[in-house]
Design a protein around this ligand. Structure first.
Ligand code: SF4
Length: 91
């Protein structure tokens, strides 16, 4: 049988472990939230999307382009020869 002291110790350890688990979940919350946001793409009109290139900038030269006709951050059908205001050169 546990004496009073080891019961207290066991309780303390239990609380520490549980506390860590709760803290761990809380730490994950912003990650989960930002993932959810990442799935909500921007509307094409918000980023002035157009079906034509601008100067020498085209979607198929953009970091965010997902062939054949999508974009990681802008919703809807994206043409390889299109362009928008958040164009970013491929690495
Ligand atoms: S320019 Fe880039 S960010 Fe904009 S729609 Fe085209 S691929 Fe997406």
């Amino acid at each position: 049988m546990m004496d009073k002291r080891s019961k207290l110790q066991a309780r303390r350890e239990f609380l520490q472990k549980t506390g860590l688990q709760v803290a761990g979940l809380a730490a994950l919350a912003p990650v989960i939230a930002s993932r959810a946001q990442a799935q909500d793409k921007l509307a094409p009109e918000m980023v002035m999307y157009q079906n034509q290139p601008k100067d020498n900038q085209r979607c198929d030269g953009c970091l965010h382009f997902q062939p054949p006709n999508a974009c990681a951050i802008v919703s809807g059908e994206i043409k390889p020869e299109g362009w928008c205001a958040v164009w970013a050169a491929k690495g």
